[in-house]
Design a protein around this ligand. Structure first.
Ligand code: NAP
Ligand code: MG
Length: 395
């Protein structure tokens, strides 16, 4: 059988621990036997980030912008314990934060849905994709304790009183955002909605925050009207703005099937709620989209250290590779679309279907086996490699 050809290489960003092991197995068992895989490879293992003074991370992000599509393995974000474990030169920044900043991107988190794993919200039938604005607000806030003075906010020659504490103690916080960042966020969301043919919801608290949150609302609306309205209408999808509390109520009552764009803090909180309600972190994929239309696909979970410790001791693990695998299929599909390579995109779709069919027929990793329930299907828990082999058989 001839292997499927690729026109343009993918940016392949390798990572750490258990996910690095799965990475190689996914490629060996499910991709390279069928695809003549072309990649530009960046090794973001913590050892190599340290050896290159983290230059490799910046180069990987630049490659994503240049080639348009990347796929990333989970990586360790070092803390004090990791600095000691790996004898690092310094506590390098989170690779995801570095790549996100470089690509000026928005992160979209989407669950993989299978029959048998029922969301905790029984009405949810289709994915709810969370788009989190990953810049500014409280994450770049400045704070202080007040001893009793009068707090003011000043900028560009204007000064307003925040609060006169009148001798009483209190606390203060100032936050900011930039027009450019909000515009990039808006364009990434509109592009992703068009790309996936999903409605886009956006929500803030503009009734209370009449300048700050209202500016988010206005920027989204202006960009929508000027650049996207006609395209949305042609694609048969909707842009819908509502207050955050109204959005929360509607999301709970909905059956899913839309993208929910959220400010930084709202997205942080809501993405954990939605991920948990859909069943498992191991089934949650994530894609970073730049406003220029470059894509970086990954799993939402980490390097699964606890399983890696067992693997290092030669023990068997039952680590779920679905999110990592869907990062690969997402990237291959996107590459296929951009290059007009139908065979490549079609292969990625068949691989996704084979994965879902495998789980729905009862073969899955342990994390899912515990919660799977489907009439007439008996559950068989497989180890990490057996699961990939079961998919290959079906493929
Ligand atoms: P984690 O790797 O997501 O794992 C936490 C726990 O969730 C695991 O111990 C496991 O539970 C379960 N789990 C996660 N993914 C799974 C999978 N694919 N299959 C089965 N179970 C899975 O989070 P962490 O242990 O907090 O972080 C480990 C390292 O990952 C850290 O160094 C962190 O910096 C890094 N990290 C990287 C990223 C990224 O690159 N995007 C994101 C988050 C964390 P059980 O042990 O109960 O089986
Ligand atoms: Mg969070």
């Amino acid at each position: 059988m001839d292997k499927i050809r690729m026109n343009t290489p993918l940016v392949e960003i390798d990572g750490d621990e258990m996910t690095r092991v799965l990475w190689q197995w996914v490629k060996d068992i499910l991709i390279t036997p069928y695809v003549d895989l072309k990649t530009e490879y960046y090794d973001l293992s913590l050892e190599n980030r340290d050896a290159t003074d983290d230059k490799v991370t910046v180069e990987a992000a630049e490659a994503c912008l240049r080639l348009g599509v990347g796929v990333k393995c989970a990586t360790i974000t070092p803390n004090a314990q990791r600095v000691e474990e790996f004898g690092l030169k310094k506590m390098w920044a989170s690779p995801n934060a570095t790549i996100r900043a470089k690509m000026d991107g928005t992160v979209f988190r989407a669950p993989v849905i299978v029959r048998g794993i029922t969301p905790l919200v029984p009405g949810w039938k289709k994915p709810i994709v969370i788009a989190r604005h990953a810049y500014g607000d409280v994450y770049k806030g400045v704070e202080m304790k007040a001893k009793g003075g009068k707090a003011t906010l000043s900028c560009d020659g204007n000064t307003v009183t925040v609060f006169d504490f009148g001798g009483k103690e209190g606390i203060l916080q100032a936050i900011h955002n930039t027009k450019a960042s909000i515009e990039s966020f808006a364009r990434s969301c509109f592009n992703y909605a068009l790309d996936t043919r999903n409605d886009l919801w956006f929500s803030t608290k503009d009734t209370i925050s009449k300048t700050y949150d209202h500016t988010f609302k206005d920027i989204f609306q202006d960009i929508y009207d000027a650049e996207y309205k006609a395209k949305f209408e042609a694609a048969g999808i909707e842009y819908f703005y509502t207050l955050i509390d109204d959005a929360v109520a509607r999301v709970m009552r909905s059956e899913g099937g839309f993208i929910w764009a959220l400010k930084n803090y709202d997205g942080d909180v809501m993405s954990d709620m939605v991920a948990t309600a859909f069943g498992s972190l191991a089934m949650m994929t994530s894609v970073l989209v730049s406003p220029t239309g470059a894509y970086e696909f990954e799993a939402a979970h980490g390097t699964v250290t606890r399983h890696y410790r067992k693997y290092q001791k030669g023990e068997e693990t039952s680590t779920n590779s679905v999110a990592t695998l869907f990062a690969w299929t997402g990237a291959l599909k996107k590459r296929g679309e951009l290059d007009g390579n139908k065979e490549l995109a079609g292969f990625a779709e068949r691989l996704e279907k084979a994965t879902i069919d495998t789980i729905e027929s009862g073969e899955m990793t342990k994390d899912l086996a515990g919660m799977f329930k489907l009439d007439g299907v008996s559950v068989k828990a497989l180890n990490s490699k057996e699961f990939l082999e079961a998919i290959a058989k079906r493929l």
